[in-house]
Write a protein that binds this ligand. Structure first.
Ligand code: GLA
Ligand code: ZN
Length: 671
């Protein structure tokens, strides 16, 4: 939880350096009117704060801090290090990154520096420390936000040398690395760590050397963590007890977030769904964020109060949409609901990005009204569900290693050339979401014991420890679900000999002989009891059951009749295997049967498109009900009695929700 918070933080990014004093004062009045209690500053103001090396100008920020303090607004203080000053890049070109094409980049973009540049780190730590020293005493300072949306990879010589050291620490001697990477293939044997290249376009290794490419992604995650720690350490010196975080970009693929968040006090992320994004996909990302720290509440550090200008078409958020999306985040574990941005900038790339106060410079606007309505609601109910947890009996294993290997590092060697790991995982998640069954995400090295159902979709990389844990999980009477490409490779992307699913052959009770790749529009059929019931696509694994029983078989091609979905009793438990990518209806059919068998059920029955979530803290159990339909929809609360936290109306039995409505219900025993 956010240290010291007694309510939901509501507000967002604000750039006092872009506006004059009168505007700031006027904005503060508007913020208070809108129930805003937090501002995030000064995310991109490094040069304004340090106009020349080692010379700081905090005057303007002090002035803003004083005004916010006076107005009772909390501050989420960001270090401005995501965009380095032009003078820094100019004076020390080593700060600039080399991209994957091998080009040394020139100054300009943000998050555009070499994560291993000693000069960058020195200056970043220095400004973080200077800010911490200056602002730690401000009573309205609520937390620290380090830099912004990490994720840029660099391929320069500094990074290459550092990579050598990183590999040497991991493998100790070069022979060991050669053996583990199987470097006799294509004559890749090294005689010294110094010979190892970085996987860029100059050598094409990012395309044709899966192991090297994968290791580099792990390495870049570690370097980014060092960058974060570099500043966090400096801040901790002055603010030892304050929450320190960094906002995770909505594009989460570059960095292993399970590893990253170990260094953060709270998970914080930026939610920018496309106008066309299914509510389930957005819900999944929130659940993933909640799961990064094993269910602890997180922050929605950014969302747009209206359109996102960087999408191909800047669709307006429809009336009520911001409220729905906000409650969705809050219902799934957010303790902060913040916007990018509070006031629109007058020029630059983001001048048309949605803002609470737009270029119209007034508050009688639809966006402001909607933001203010939500702000007032949260003022009333925000404390109710603070730090609330969601109890789930099921979990989906989410694995950055497998994501990278299947979608990036090994892409050219795999039987297909296009893969969207997130989408494939989402297909499973969507069944849970549609049926309002809570589900967590877990890392493959997590403790699974609190769950009774574990899904391991496309869990490509499985070492002996993980395999043992999956086996004992299942043997203890639990249920495991695996798919094609579960358990194929070891940590270095080497196939496990003796047939897939490698070390998990016994638990799934089968061995795989071949794998057919299907053309983009091509499908096969899935037959249950000889009847064609569903289709499948992408990959079709041709496997043989040893101890497993066939639940469904292929309907077409030379492998018609071979098993495609099987069930194996293992110890006291059960393991299901799906040797293909089945259509959603098939997964829904299978998983709902598994839910029944394992006694996992929804919160309440409800119409389709009604999303139900529960957060429980020490004092209350809060039910959130969202109606994503354009029409009215229902939920059946049975005999249970709830109070609508906003309207104070008592609700029980069959309850109707207006289109796009979100209600927050507090369990009550009163009759
Ligand atoms: C990111 C950044 C913000 C802003 C938004 C715009 O999430 O962190 O500074 O650029 O995108 O959507
Ligand atoms: Zn570099």
């Amino acid at each position: 939880m956010i240290k010291g918070a007694s309510t939901i933080y509501y507000g967002g990014d604000y750039s006092p350096d872009q506006f004059d004093l009168e505007t700031i004062k006027k904005d503060i009045v508007s913020f208070r009117e809108a129930g805003i209690n937090m501002v995030t500053l000064p995310v991109f103001s490094w040069t304004k704060l340090e106009p020349e090396e080692g010379v700081y100008d905090f005057g303007w920020l002090d002035q803003a801090m004083d005004l916010f303090l006076e107005a009772g607004l909390k501050v989420c203080m960001a270090t401005p290090t995501a965009a380095q000053p032009a003078w820094l890049s100019h004076k020390y070109p080593e700060v600039l990154p080399v991209d994957q094409q091998g080009r040394k980049r020139t100054h300009g973009m943000r998050v555009f520096y070499c994560v291993n540049s000693a000069k960058y780190r020195e200056r970043a730590a220095a400004i973080a420390e200077a800010m911490a020293k200056r602002y730690c005493k401000y009573p309205n300072l609520a937390m620290w936000h380090v830099s912004n949306e990490y994720g840029t990879y660099c391929y320069c010589d500094t990074c290459r040398r550092k990579f050598h050291g990183w590999l040497q620490r991991k493998y100790q001697i070069i022979e060991n690395l050669n053996e583990k990477w199987n470097n006799t293939f294509w004559n890749k044997t090294y005689t010294d760590f110094a010979e190892i290249t970085v996987p860029s376009e100059t050598n094409d290794e990012f395309r044709f050397n899966p192991t090297l490419a994968l290791e580099y992604m792990r390495f870049m995650t570690d370097c980014t963590i060092e960058c974060f720690e570099n500043e966090a350490r400096a801040i901790r010196r002055y603010c030892p007890d304050m929450t320190i975080q960094t906002n995770i970009s909505g594009h989460i693929e570059n960095l292993d977030q399970f590893k990253m968040v170990k260094h953060m006090d709270i998970v914080s992320w930026d939610n920018y769904p496309k106008p066309s994004s299914e509510p389930g996909l957005v819900a999944m990302k929130h659940d993933l964020m909640r799961s990064l720290k094993q269910g602890a509440s997180f922050m929605m550090q950014e969302q747009s109060p209206n359109q996102q200008n960087w999408q191909p078409t800047s669709k307006l958020k429809r009336p009520g949409e911001v409220r729905m999306l906000s409650y969705q985040a809050l219902s799934r574990g957010a303790d902060a609901c913040l916007f990018f941005q509070l006031r629109q900038s007058v020029s630059g790339q983001e001048m048309y990005h949605g803002a609470v106060i737009s270029h119209a410079d007034r508050t009688d606007t639809r966006t402001f009204r909607e933001v203010a309505q939500l702000g007032q609601e949260l003022q009333k109910i925000g404390g109710l569900f603070l730090d609330g947890r969601t109890a789930a009996k099921s979990a989906i294993i989410f694995d950055w290693d497998s994501w990278w290997a299947l979608e990036k590092a090994s892409l050219n060697c795999l039987p297909y050339k296009k893969m969207d790991y997130l989408k494939k995982v989402y297909k499973f998640y969507k069944v849970f979401h549609k049926h309002n069954i809570p589900v967590d995400f877990v890392a493959k090295d997590a403790d699974f014991s609190q769950y009774s159902l574990l899904i391991a979709p496309y869990l490509y990389i499985v070492d002996e420890t993980v395999a043992e844990r999956l086996k004992s999980f299942t043997a203890s009477g639990k249920t495991l679900v695996g798919t094609v490409f579960t358990g194929v490779c070891d940590e270095q992307c080497k196939a496990v000999y003796g047939a897939y699913p490698g070390l998990l052959r016994d638990v799934f009770g089968l061995w795989s002989e071949e794998m057919d790749a299907l053309y983009e529009k091509e499908t096969n059929d899935i037959c249950f009891d000889g009847d064609i019931r569903f289709t499948c696509s992408f990959l079709c694994e041709l496997y043989h059951n040893t101890t497993a029983e066939t639940l469904a078989s292929y309907g077409k091609d030379f492998y018609a009749g071979m098993p495609v979905i099987s069930r194996n009793r293992y110890g006291e438990g059960t393991a299901y295997y799906i040797g293909t990518d089945p259509e959603f209806a098939c997964l829904e059919h299978l998983l709902t049967e598994i839910f029944e068998e394992t006694g996992i059920g929804p919160y309440y029955a409800a119409a389709e498109g009604v999303e139900i979530t529960c957060r429980q803290n020490q004092t209350a159990s809060i039910l959130f009900v969202l109606n994503w339909n354009k029409e009215e929809a229902w939920i059946d609360l049975l005999e249970d009695r709830y109070e609508n936290a906003v309207t104070e109306e008592i609700m029980t039995g069959h309850v109707t929700l207006k289109p796009y409505d979100a209600i927050v219900l507090k369990k009550t025993d009163e009759r």
